[in-house]
Design a protein around this ligand. Structure first.
Ligand code: ADP
Ligand code: MG
Length: 420
């Protein structure tokens, strides 16, 4: 690498104010500085921005950052400004695009954010040819894949632009991890398999437990009685949120319910109440939780099957953001799968295989006699532990019927019968 490790740590400390890298940030940064094409797969909040911002400062020239939304770009630029990083965007919402182009040519920018629609125009390519570039960062890279939830056709046109500058390292970043999307992103952006770095999905302070469901309201109330702190209970229907909240109310614990059918004032009022509370239990549909910043959520209960392993991970991930012990409990019934499979008949043909795979992955998680965390991490492509020691199955290995022992007994019974 052209950049000394000492300089990298110096930038990390002085510009970003961090005492060290987190997770696999250093591995990603090292690859980028060595000019190697890389896909960084890290969950939301893991610190993906640093993976391209730091190399952008360490290397000569401007980093071109492809980003799908103007609001995201402007957030990033505000944060960069605050750190003294020279960042700008060229979008329809920016009045000074000509000046920005001039600053790019003059080498006065560390970072330039653009949407893929602009990045793939001949005019922009010509502008890039007049600039000194340090790297291409493709943020929210799952947008390249039709299988992802935010497919953006223009992400698919990026490859020729990147290939036009073969000496400029490319770094793709995303939090969306399923296998199909992952290999699609690698292929579409010309990154080799060994350029994939996956990390940071483990949430060691969350204890996972999965139980068969009986009377959900009663089970949740029992759970709440023996668990302290604030928590979220996800129910699968609006009616269920209200029913379960009634059960919890009987335990004396402060509780409320939340779903998209409530008036907006009521929703923001109970949400604010929850954020400020140390022991409230919010029973909600999945409409609740996104963008809520409450680090001390002590538990997340799923009273029914989540949509996918990704959704389960995201929803349980709202527990224990402060790093203190937290619990994730899931109640499921075989009926959940029967219903989900019925709904497959309404799915469009081309999505059927991936929808089936989504269900099978969930079945693998709830039915495993082994470590839950191992299943989760393997799903995200991370090397799993053999046993995490912090899930129901690790604490209490389920008794699996020993078929060889059973066969021996059967055989000996047959043998004895035959003898008599
Ligand atoms: P992502 O894009 O992966 O969701 P961000 O890049 O927005 O995550 O970073 C999430 C938060 O983590 C930011 O507040 C950032 O300042 C912080 N962060 C990133 N790297 C580090 C680090 N090495 N040490 C401490 N905090 C960090
Ligand atoms: Mg990000």
């Amino acid at each position: 690498s052209r950049v000394a490790a000492a300089d990298v740590h110096d930038i990390l400390r002085r510009t970003f104010g961090f005492s060290g890298f987190r997770g696999q940030q250093e591995a990603v940064v090292t690859r980028v500085l060595a000019g190697l094409p890389t896909l960084a797969l890290m969950p939301t909040g893991a610190g993906k921005s640093l993976c391209y911002q730091l190399p952008a400062l360490a290397l000569d020239g401007t980093a071109i950052v492809i980003s799908p939304l103007i609001a995201l770009m402007h957030d990033q630029i505000r944060a960069a400004d605050a750190l003294g990083i020279r960042a700008a965007s060229m979008t329809s919402a920016d009045a000074d695009n000509a000046a920005t182009a001039e600053a790019l040519r003059a080498g006065e920018l560390d970072l330039l954010y653009v949407a893929p629609e602009r990045a793939t125009t001949p005019g922009f390519e010509a502008l890039l040819a007049q600039a000194r570039l340090s790297l291409f960062a493709i943020d929210e890279a799952h947008c390249v894949s039709e299988w992802g939830h935010d497919f953006r056709p223009d992400y698919r046109m990026l490859r020729p632009v990147l290939d036009r500058f073969p000496d400029i390292p490319r770094l793709a970043l995303t939090a969306t991890a399923d296998e199909v999307t992952r290999s699609d992103v690698l292929r579409q952006l010309g990154i080799p398999e060994d350029g994939l770095i996956v990390a940071g999905f483990d949430r060691p302070n969350i204890r996972y437990a999965i139980h068969p469901r009986g009377n959900a309201g009663q089970q949740v109330a029992d759970f709440v009685k023996r668990t302290s702190g604030a928590g979220i209970v996800y129910a699968t229907s609006r009616a269920a949120t209200e029913q379960i909240a009634q059960h919890i109310a009987k335990t004396g614990r402060p509780t409320s319910f939340y779903h998209a059918g409530l008036p907006p004032e009521r929703r923001s009022a109970v949400q604010a109440q929850f954020v400020g509370s140390e022991d409230m239990v919010m029973v909600a549909t999945i409409a609740f939780g996104m963008g809520i910043d409450k680090p001390d959520v002590r538990f997340v209960v799923h009273a029914g099957l989540p949509k996918s392993i990704e959704a389960y991970y995201q929803e349980t991930g709202r527990a224990g953001r402060d790093g203190d012990p937290a619990e994730a409990a899931l109640l499921w019934s075989p009926n959940d799968f029967a219903r989900a499979r019925q709904r497959l008949s309404e799915v469009e043909e081309h999505r059927l295989a991936s929808e089936r795979a989504r269900l099978d992955a969930l079945a693998g998680l709830v039915e495993t006699p082994g470590c839950r965390r191992a299943i989760l991490l393997k799903h995200f492509g991370e090397d799993p532990p053999l046993a995490c020691g912090n899930c129901d199955n690790c604490d209490n290995p389920p008794k699996v019927v020993d078929t060889t022992e059973l066969a021996r007994k059967l055989l000996s019974a047959v043998y004895r019968t035959g003898q008599s």
